[in-house]
Ligand binder design. Structure first.
Ligand code: MLT
Length: 268
């Protein structure tokens, strides 16, 4: 059966796959550099509902027979279903930011899938009221006249100060990626992230190897959030990447690939 989400298998089936879940409001192309640095692994990337080559969130929910309200649980169920469609029942799953929220939902609800977990530039806590209100405002704007423009200001937040000062080409690439972000996906994902619960407890009895990683200049996922996840986990490696902001996979692909390779090597 065709996977419900757009899925790309970059390596040869054989070993334990490494599944990579992208950030908001990008798509699986954000992993291109990291994937190219991991030719020895069976890497699988997926696009979230409404992003990249995946169908709309409504079509994904209907195909899975799930409620149509925006929810990261639907994204997680779609990841499991898509992987099963390609014969994958167990994998190391790493997600960056929104991808991390989806990986946390997998840890809570689909634990048997996980041979290991990577939580990059993300947090297990829920939003406060102000963050939730802001998400709903962006969702409304994206669904209305603003479209992709609703996320244009994110270019200032998602990249670190070093990238802004020294890497104009990466700033321009991010601006272009934000300009391509699909309004339906933006609106759905913001509403889904707004209602996500605190999932710290899902990490407390997770008995697989874990990586928590953060760009040292990440202004969106604070060090305290990384510390809270690391404290909850029993078998964890902590990596802080210097001179990187929130988009560590784009700003520091070498360090991210090294950390993911090391995580994969710890997993059975
Ligand atoms: C992301 O990079 O996926 C977003 O910044 C996540 C968020 O808005 O919390």
């Amino acid at each position: 059966m065709t996977p419900v989400l757009s899925l790309t298998r970059h390596g040869e089936p054989g070993g334990l796959p490494l599944v990579l879940l992208h950030a908001f409001p990008l798509d699986s192309r954000m992993w291109d550099e990291v994937v190219a640095l991991l030719p020895e692994l069976d890497v699988i990337t997926l696009d979230a509902p409404g992003f990249g080559g995946s169908p709309t969130p409504l079509a994904v929910a209907e195909r899975l027979g799930r409620p149509t309200e925006p929810a990261l649980e639907t994204y997680a169920a779609a990841v499991v279903d898509s992987l099963r469609s390609t014969g994958v029942e167990r994998a190391v799953v790493a997600g960056l930011s929104m991808g991390g929220y989806a990986a946390l939902a997998l840890a809570e609800r689909h634990r048997s899938l996980l041979a290991g977990i990577g939580l990059l530039d993300t947090k297990a806590s829920a939003d406060d009221d102000a963050a939730r209100a802001n998400r709903l405002r962006v969702a409304e704007a994206a669904a209305g006249d603003a479209g992709s423009e609703a996320v244009a200001p994110m270019v200032d937040q998602v990249l670190g100060e070093t990238t802004h000062a020294q890497r104009p080409e990466l700033v321009e690439r991010m601006r272009a990626l934000l300009g391509e972000a699909p309004p339906v996906g933006i609106a759905w994902a913001q509403r889904a992230m707004a209602v996500r619960p605190d999932r710290t407890a899902a990490l407390e009895d997770l008995d697989v190897p874990a990586l928590v990683l953060r760009g040292a200049e990440d202004g969106m996922s604070p060090q305290s959030a990384l510390n809270a996840m690391a404290e909850a986990l029993s078998d964890v490696e902590v990596v802080v990447v210097p001179r990187s902001g929130h988009m560590s996979a784009l700003e520091a692909p070498d360090q991210v690939a090294d950390a993911l390779r090391a995580l994969h090597a710890r997993c059975r």
